[in-house]
Design a protein around this ligand. Structure first.
Ligand code: ADP
Ligand code: MG
Length: 268
């Protein structure tokens, strides 16, 4: 085993007292309030909460695409801007956002092209990451020749191409049917185990959150606050899909559901 470096014990993400208020023509929108959360390297943390509670905003803060109005945020021990410049994270958006005129391989390669990675290295990385998401042999196809689930996997390969330690995923499977989603959940879990990435994952689905996560962060309606953090490590790391029928899984799902309900009462 490799000796852990000085960064091994450092949190992947640490958030303290974070808030964000959007100033709009209709007055301030309080998107996030008092968020405290520390994510250790290699954790899989899901965020669940009602629409508009600030889940996307929180992920965008970590990605330095949005500036918090208060509090502290560190990514791998540096501020979010420095982490972005170091390309410490990959971002997977709600829609796969692949360019229809580029092949799958050239879509995955695009960020590498932009950053001037030499051609041979580009080809090697694209092949390796297409393999990781089980798309070997589909590199020459165009996005519209692939199913929704495959497009989603291609967008994950693109986010992984920089080999970031941190992966930010904003409802990546939200538009897919349940059977495809189940399949991708199982594959994502395997990928997480194989690569020991840190993953922050936004979802609307209680079973998806519990199935995938080490911890589930339950958020209240706007302004998004953390209502509960549910530890799911008791399910182990190897999770066959039918674990979702186990008493422990149902207990955890019930606790998440209660948190979401409590959040709604808070809003009344
Ligand atoms: P979620 O992802 O949980 O559905 P968002 O983070 O997208 O929620 O949004 C949180 C709140 O902030 C919502 O009420 C949304 O309308 C508002 N919001 C998001 N982006 C902006 C913006 N650029 N300007 C003003 N309000 C915004
Ligand atoms: Mg969102």
């Amino acid at each position: 085993m490799a000796t852990p470096g000085p960064s091994a014990s450092q949190p992947a993400v640490s958030i303290a007292g974070l808030s964000l208020t959007y100033e709009t023509a209709d007055g301030p929108v309080y998107a996030l309030a008092d968020i405290d959360l520390t994510v250790a390297p290699g954790e899989f943390v899901s965020f669940i909460g009602p629409s508009g509670c600030g889940k996307t905003t929180l992920l965008r803060c970590v990605a330095d695409l949005e500036q918090p109005t208060g509090g502290l945020l560190r990514v791998n021990g540096v501020d979010a801007g420095a982490a972005r410049l170091r390309r410490d994270y990959g971002f997977v958006f709600q829609s796969p956002a692949l360019y229809p005129w580029r092949t799958i391989a050239r879509n995955v390669a695009l960020p590498l092209e932009i950053f001037g990675v030499p051609r041979a290295e580009r080809a090697e990385r694209v092949a390796r990451h297409l393999d990781l998401v089980h798309l070997t042999g589909f590199g020459k196809k165009f996005p519209w020749q692939l199913s929704g689930g495959m497009q989603s996997r291609a967008s994950i390969a693109r986010a992984l191409c920089f080999e970031p330690k941190l992966l930010l995923m904003d409802e990546p499977f939200g538009a897919l049917d349940e059977i495809v989603r189940d399949h991708l959940n199982a594959q994502l879990l395997a990928l997480w185990r194989e690569t020991s990435k840190t993953i922050l994952f936004v979802t609307h689905s209680i079973p998806e959150a519990v199935y995938l996560s080490s911890r589930v962060v339950v958020m209240s309606p706007r302004p998004g606050r953390i209502i509960d953090v549910v530890d799911c490590t008791g399910l182990g790391r190897e999770r066959p899909l039918d674990i979702r029928e186990s008493p422990e899984f149902l207990r955890l799902a019930q606790r998440v559901r209660q948190g979401l309900r409590a959040g709604h009462a808070y809003d009344d």
